[in-house]
Design a protein around this ligand. Structure first.
Ligand SMILES: O=c1ccn([C@@H]2O[C@H](COP(=O)(O)OP(=O)(O)O[C@H]3O[C@H](CO)[C@H](O)[C@H](O)[C@H]3O)[C@@H](O)[C@H]2O)c(=O)[nH]1
Length: 283
């Protein structure tokens, strides 16, 4: 099983490797906890093992703000405790993988491991040619809102309006996928910088909290379409608010999110409008 990957790593020589965040389950964060654990943990452990065998020691890792669980303070910086009070199995797997990488870096000075803690990636490429194409009903907020706006779904279920937030709905730190992509380029520079060894994690967000209702409003403005919604009960594993402090990424990677909520909605809408059936519309 390891040989093709090993060959691939050897042939690319020094190229660092990313792990995909796609090990996130497509349904609820609680669905199939064993397959989530298998995909995230086994995938990461296998990759690290193959990298070591191939003599490749640089990695930019896709982690998640879920490692902070229900945050004890906001905005959450990288010093915020991780692993305590994790609210779903996905968060536990990301926490575990971060711990493994820290141990690895402590045991062998060759490693240069950069973990990026994504907050809530949304939006699409501004060309409208690359976007999110969930299989089945979207689990995440923005793709669901986009599918309601384009008429594929009747209404959005808002999961709870009794949180301790300004309008009672969940608050998240949404970050444009192109900003996120740029963060990876900066992280690569870090992994290759002469002064860096070991392990480091960085938050990638905007530092701005947006509620579910604010997101609906912004999307209606960007699309010119109505987004009917109905408030239902809370979703298991959700927390009230998660907002990033991104000053470490700015200081050490030179990265800062530059795109605002309106741009996130406009780009997501362009993709959705041009490709109502996702990549199947491209054929
Ligand atoms: O149909 C929906 C979907 C979501 N929400 C609400 O919208 C907010 C955002 O929910 P998402 O599912 O879009 O995102 P999460 O915050 O649950 O999870 C995301 O952020 C996490 C970090 O905080 C992880 O990175 C995870 O992989 C990523 O999907 C939450 O308040 C949620 O309750 C709804 O009201 N209705």
């Amino acid at each position: 099983m390891l040989s093709p990957s090993l060959e691939c790593l050897r042939s690319t020589g020094w190229t660092p490797w990313f792990t995909s965040p796609h090990s996130r389950p497509s349904g609820s964060l609680w669905r199939s906890p064993s397959s989530t654990t298998r995909a995230t943990c086994r995938g990461t452990l296998t990759l690290l093992q193959v990298m070591r065998e191939a003599g490749v020691h640089r990695l930019v890792y896709s982690s998640s703000a879920t490692v902070y669980g229900a945050p004890q303070y906001l905005p959450a910086d990288e010093q915020h405790p991780t692993g305590a009070g994790l609210t779903n199995p996905y968060g536990k797997t990301k926490y575990f993988c971060e711990q493994v990488m820290q141990d690895l870096a402590a045991s062998d000075k060759e490693w240069r491991l950069v973990s990026l803690r994504y907050f809530n990636p949304v939006g699409a490429h501004p060309s409208g040619r690359i976007g999110e194409d969930p299989l089945g009903p979207p689990n995440n907020l923005m793709p669901f809102v986009a599918q309601v706006a384009v008429g594929k779904r009747e209404e959005l279920s808002v999961f709870g309006d009794d949180y301790n937030t300004p309008d009672g709905t969940g608050v998240r730190d949404y970050v444009h996928v192109v900003d996120l992509a740029e963060g990876h380029v900066m992280a690569l520079d870090k992994a290759f910088s002469k002064s860096f060894r070991g392990y480091a994690s960085y938050n990638l967000g905007t530092g701005r909290g947006v509620s579910v209702l604010e997101m609906i409003e912004a999307f209606c403005r960007a699309s010119g379409k109505p987004v009917p919604y109905r408030v239902v009960g809370r979703r298991a594993g959700d927390v009230a608010s998660v907002v990033a402090s991104c000053s470490l990424a700015e200081e050490q990677l030179g990265w800062r999110a530059r795109r605002d909520l309106q741009e996130m909605c406009e780009d997501a809408w362009r993709w959705q409008k041009l490709h109502p059936n996702g990549f199947r519309s491209c054929q």
